[in-house]
Design a protein around this ligand. Structure first.
Ligand code: IVH
Length: 672
């Protein structure tokens, strides 16, 4: 890259700024330097990513050639050993809307799309297939030497499957699940990955269980041609490496996992973007902040070339900001149905990606200590998908210096709280708040949509609702005294509840709110045992023999169902009809199961399929199969488009991966 540094003054002379711009550029430079230093060197931050991007964008508009723009990145620490990149590691141009993307795509219609991984960019160098060294991206020209640390990252092989000489580039990251296991040690997965790689003792890097996905391979042209011949010998029909997709396929064959990749025309881009955006609040087990769209044809890539800052053949389409800054007005402790005391921060209302946010969870007492947060602090909050936003870090301390008061008593029933792991718990089964939450849970599970949480709370406070059976005893007279309640609405509510007396066994069992028992396991137990009496009388051994049911759940069901029996009788005498099912299982229904095409086979589902997931679950269950979470013992992973971490795990564990077509074939094959 022949980009020669010019001093700020020279640049200004060249561009002949008017004075106001000049002033602003200087301000922006100084602010960006300050934030770069905080972020990259000290690992802290005073502003949101969005605010940072705005400063950068403004500078880019006023002074596109400004050195600072090409410098952003992780400036190597003074004490680190430095490595000069043979081929510069560029940045990416970014777009925030599909409109901006289409401006860039003009005249082209063959792209690949990968997630934009939010980790630490690195370059690995292999010579004749043997790992030589690794460096962080740094400022793009010079990075830090991390050769030894990288040896401890399992995804990065010491030897490739072929004797290739190339730079493999990609992102080192920490999976969210791993980050969670290190509860509280790091502020976010990206910092965790960066900090872990830059350890003096590389064994510490190993303990952090980092991962790596590749997104680029840089090699000389004759090397590419040599590899084509080599690969063609081993993989018949592999052919020329003339597009990006093929190149990533090559990386995979070399033995390094590339970031998931999809080919797409312009029209398909929004769907891929949205799929990944949805994925980050669910299946995807690593942080991403957008997608990267690349021109597929390598010769076109070459023709388009690069600026000093980014390749012209790629663009990052960023997800909308899910972070905002706000202040904490109050911290209160919420009591859940199971007795957990969760700290909640009431916030100065702030808009986050179109929604008004008024409060945020602080998870638990340890998290408050880790964040060092208190009332009056200005904080950075973040929201993923639909979940409640969380406080990421303190941006500015407020007037309250000391620690937050951790309650010793339940704020609702005043009984003493017990600390269990990181949670504070109210152990009083009759805590008024817990009883209320149980009623809300019951109504939610059995679909009593007309009585929402706030109405339930009012009825509970008046003593009209004290046990689930009371829902079915509600009369219009009970409801009429409440605000905004007319006769029409009151009679509608009563009628609606009356229509909900038929409840499936699985729903009913879930609605009871037995500790640890969620919908999926309740369904598994119901399916196997068929009726409430059988479940009540089952011993722990019977229960744990059901797929997925662990000891904790078994003990809770065994104990609590007996305790709740009076509640159940009460509901039944009030006309609730719990639907029984035909029990299936080893003793009761062996034949019944065995005849079915998927009998004895377990399935996990991932990715987006042509129909709702529920459809496939029902299909599989109906054919005698079971649905499980991903584990080594699962027989098949049914994978749609963009399967996330489950797909990775299935590959790791050699679980058979099938698509919809294969599932249908399986169902036919056995039947014939
Ligand atoms: S391609 C020549 N693909 O984003 C540029 N980059 O903001 C090649 N990044 O420096 C980059 N995921 O560290 C590419 N799937 C992906 C990526 C990705 C994350 C990072 C990369 C780059 C930065 C630019």
């Amino acid at each position: 890259m022949g980009h020669k540094k010019k001093s700020g003054q020279e640049q200004r002379n060249l561009l002949n700024f008017d004075n106001k711009d000049h002033q602003r550029v200087m301000e922006l430079e100084s602010q960006l330097r300050h934030h770069n230093y905080l972020y990259y060197t000290l690992g802290t931050m005073e502003i949101t990513d969005d605010e940072y991007d705005r400063l950068r964008d403004e500078l880019e508009k006023l002074n596109p050639e400004n050195d600072l723009l090409s410098q952003v990145g992780d400036r190597p620490r003074p004490e680190a050993t430095k490595v000069q990149h043979k081929v510069e590691m560029l940045s990416l141009n970014k777009a925030n809307t599909f409109e901006e993307v289409t401006k860039w795509t003009i005249g082209m219609d063959d792209f690949v799309v990968q997630p934009k991984l939010d980790g630490l960019a690195v370059s690995l160098y292999y010579e004749k297939g043997i790992y030589q060294y690794a460096a962080t991206r740094g400022d793009g020209r010079v990075g830090e030497d991390i050769t030894e640390n990288v040896r401890y990252i399992q995804d990065i092989p010491a030897k490739l499957n072929f004797d290739a000489t190339c730079h493999i580039r990609g992102e080192i990251f920490m999976r969210r699940s791993v980050f969670d296991e290190f509860a509280g040690e790091f502020s976010n997965p990206r910092n965790a990955a960066a900090g872990s790689v830059k350890q003096k003792d590389p064994r510490v890097t190993g303990e952090r269980r980092l991962n790596f996905f590749a997104y680029a391979a840089v090699m000389e042209n004759n090397e590419r041609e040599r590899l084509e011949l080599l690969l063609a010998e081993k993989v018949p029909g592999f052919g020329e490496i003339d597009n990006e997709y093929k190149k990533m396929e090559m990386v995979r064959l070399l033995g390094v996992e590339p970031a998931q990749i999809a080919r797409s025309g312009v029209e398909g881009l929004p769907e891929l973007f949205e799929g990944w955006d949805r994925g980050r609040s669910g299946e995807v087990d690593f942080d991403i902040d957008g997608v990267v769209i690349k021109v597929n044809d390598l010769s076109l890539q070459e023709k388009m070339g690069s600026t000093h800052h980014h390749p012209r053949w790629a663009i990052a389409w960023k997800f909308s900001a899910q972070q905002a800054r706000t202040t904490i007005k109050n911290i209160r402790w919420q009591v859940s149905r199971t007795g957990n005391l969760t700290p909640v921060a009431d916030l100065e209302t702030v808009n986050l990606a179109g929604a008004n946010i008024t409060h945020s969870t602080l998870h638990n007492a340890d998290e408050i200590v880790r964040l060092g947060v208190n009332v009056g602090d200005t904080v950075l909050i973040e929201r993923r998908g639909d979940v409640i936003p969380k406080v990421i870090r303190v941006l500015e301390k407020g007037p309250n210096d000391g620690p937050v008061d951790i309650p010793e008593k339940c704020p609702r029933c005043q009984s003493g709280v017990v600390k269990e792991n990181v949670f504070l718990r109210c152990k009083n089964q009759n805590c008024s708040r817990r009883l209320l939450k149980k009623l809300i849970h019951f109504a939610d599970v059995v679909d009593l949509e007309t009585v929402g949480p706030s109405l339930i709370e009012k009825l509970y406070d008046k003593g009209i609702l004290t046990t689930p059976a009371d829902f079915f005893r509600l009369s219009e007279e009970d409801l009429l005294p409440f605000d905004k309640m007319g006769e029409v609405l009151a009679s509608k509510i009563v009628r609606h509840i009356g229509e909900k007396k038929q409840i499936t066994l699985a729903k009913f069992l879930t609605a009871l709110g037995i500790t640890h028992l969620g919908e999926v396991m309740a369904a598994a137990i119901s399916e196997r045992l068929g009726n409430l009496e059988a479940i009540r009388d089952a011993n722990i051994e019977d229960l744990v023999s059901i797929d997925g049911v662990g000891e904790k759940i078994a003990v809770a069901v065994n104990l609590e169902l007996n305790e709740k029996w009076p509640v159940i009788e009460d509901l039944r005498s009030g006309g609730v009809d719990i639907e029984e099912t035909e029990p299936v299982g080893p003793e009761n229904g062996v034949n019944n199961v065995q005849e079915k095409p998927l009998a004895g086979k377990s399935f996990c589902i991932t990715g987006s399929l042509s129909k709702p997931r529920k459809y496939f679950e029902d299909l599989i269950r109906g054919a005698g199969g079971t649905i499980k979470n991903i584990s080594k013992s699962v027989d098949y992973l049914l994978a749609g488009e963009k399967g996330g971490s489950k797909l990775d795990k299935a590959r790791d564990w050699d679980v058979a991966i099938i698509d919809e077509g294969e599932l249908v074939e399986m169902m036919k094959a056995v039947r014939n």
